[in-house]
Design a protein around this ligand. Structure first.
Ligand code: NAD
Length: 451
């Protein structure tokens, strides 16, 4: 598959704008004609209700591919850059060139968008791409492998199903770019493997995304927006708010509003609510339950239903920085609160944590507070007064920093990720240009070289 895809790229056909558009249209039809099957496959894999998949994944994919179709021609054009005195008679320009054959390795938690957003970027940029969806979302992977070839030129965009051995085998081969979404630990392995061929990588990794909350907010809205980020996909989202930093007084107001919000959304028995997802498998369920049981005090929720793989949306108070829940990305519906005395204290706390945050959430109406957090902390992205919504604004690049990733994508940024912006300087045989150039020719003389 990889060899065939490489030959297809070398034939030059994927660079043709008509070809790119035909395959982007294929992707659009794939989404339109398979919406129910796609949402059902995700339900089979993750237990996430189809409506949530339509909102959180399919609508995003539809918008993305329409943006690609509307802009691919314009984005692919070479752009003339400014001239200086030395290049007055020349033609300097930058030409976006497809990177070549791309490998896309994706994660299970949003199994559609994490595979298909990079794929649409690769198609738009004129690349060939080998897609390896996550083995932990097998129904979705099988559906992609079965259906995508009916809508796309399959020799250019093959889908490989499999797990760790297949990923490792793929990583031994030479690609022109590797786009990886997954954990920081595996990201390191991917980067090391890619370095054998000096292949550039985009790494979309995990991390703990802090939330700072102060008393200048509308607490009802803030509680809703924070808890939505924590409960959608049952907290199994890379940019889910991971932990909350606030003063004791703000904590009380948050808990009061949060109790109301969770009751409105999921009722007395969240385990029976069709709107609540479930943990991926027993391993993830037990890991999060253990974090919950060994850290702080349960202030809201806290019940775990092993058979159904459901953990009730939970807020923990009296959490210490050394507690297990603060040591790894939680990736579940548990929100620990760390008490701080001020914004300064919160900034110090964030900066004392070694792994870099993927996102940072600031809930405050104070301009100076927002500015300080944005300026004085490190994170891939920032959102003020809401959670996760920034990831669907396709004008904004999406990606991590340090241990939460490198590179970015979404919208035009996906096109850029899979393009090499090739600088070209064209010069002609104009005698005036030759005269200007002649200072560099030997023999070197001070009158020429000091000009
Ligand atoms: P993972 O790292 O276990 O797996 C991701 C991919 O890597 C899969 O396709 C898998 O087959 C492959 N893989 C796993 N182990 C491998 C190995 N040893 N060698 C080569 N390939 C290997 O991640 P996951 O459990 O699927 O996803 C959860 C993680 O992904 C979380 O940390 C989450 O934060 C992160 N994530 C990040 C983003 C983002 O956009 N930054 C999005 C979603 C998930």
């Amino acid at each position: 598959m990889v060899e065939i895809a490489r030959r297809e790229f070398q034939s030059g056909k994927t660079t043709d704008i008509k070809f790119r558009k035909a395959n982007l249209r294929g992707l659009l039809h794939f989404y339109q004609e398979n919406e129910t099957e796609l949402a059902d496959a995700v339900y089979a894999d993750l237990g996430r209700i189809p409506d949530e998949t339509i909102v959180a994944e399919i609508s995003l994919l539809l918008r993305d591919v329409k943006t690609m179709l509307a802009n691919v021609e314009h984005w692919s054009q070479q752009k003339t850059v400014g001239r200086s005195l030395a290049t007055l008679l020349d033609w300097p320009y930058v030409r976006p060139q497809p990177r070549g054959l791309v490998l896309i390795l994706s994660a299970w938690n949003y199994p559609l968008q994490l595979s298909l957003l990079p794929l649409s970027g690769a198609i738009a940029a004129g690349c060939c791409a080998v897609l390896k969806p996550s083995e932990l979302a097998p129904a979705t992977a099988a559906l992609l492998a079965d259906r995508l070839p009916r809508y796309l030129e399959s020799s250019c965009y093959p889908v490989v199903c499999g797990g760790v051995p297949e990923s490792q085998r793929l990583l031994q081969l030479r690609f022109d770019h590797v786009f990886f979404t997954g954990s920081t630990a595996v990201g390191r392995l991917v980067a090391a493997a890619a370095s054998q061929h000096l292949t550039p990588v985009t790494l979309e990794l995990g991390g703990k995304s802090p939330v700072y909350l102060d008393d200048s907010v509308n607490m009802e809205y803030a509680a809703r927006r924070i808890l939505w980020g924590k409960t959608v996909n049952l907290g199994q989202t890379c940019i889910a708010p991971d932990y909350l930093l606030c003063t004791k007084a703000t904590e009380e107001a948050f808990l009061e509003a949060g109790r109301r919000v969770l009751h409105q959304w999921f009722g007395e028995r969240p385990e029976d609510s069709p709107s609540l997802g479930r943990m991926l498998n027993k391993r993830h369920f037990s890991r999060v339950r253990k974090l919950l049981e060994n850290s702080g005090r349960v202030a809201l929720g806290g019940r775990c239903f092993e058979e159904a793989l459901i953990i009730e949306p939970t807020v923990l108070t009296d959490v210490r920085a050394e507690d297990p829940v603060m040591e790894e990305e939680i990736f579940g519906p548990v929100l620990p609160i760390i008490t701080v005395s001020s914004a300064d204290d919160a900034i110090r706390f964030i900066n004392s944590r070694t792994p870099h945050a993927l996102s940072l959430y600031i809930f405050s109406s104070r301009r100076d507070v927002k500015d300080r957090f944005i300026r004085e902390t490190d994170s891939g992205t920032v959102m003020c007064n809401d959670t996760m919504y920034h990831a669907i604004v396709e004008q904004l690049p999406f990606g991590g920093v340090g241990t939460s990733g490198m590179g970015a994508y979404h919208g035009k940024h996906s096109f850029d990720t899979f393009s090499h912006y090739k600088p070209v300087l064209e010069r002609n045989y104009n005698p005036v240009a030759e005269l200007c150039c002649s200072v560099r020719y030997p023999p070197y003389e001070p009158t020429k070289t000091r000009l």
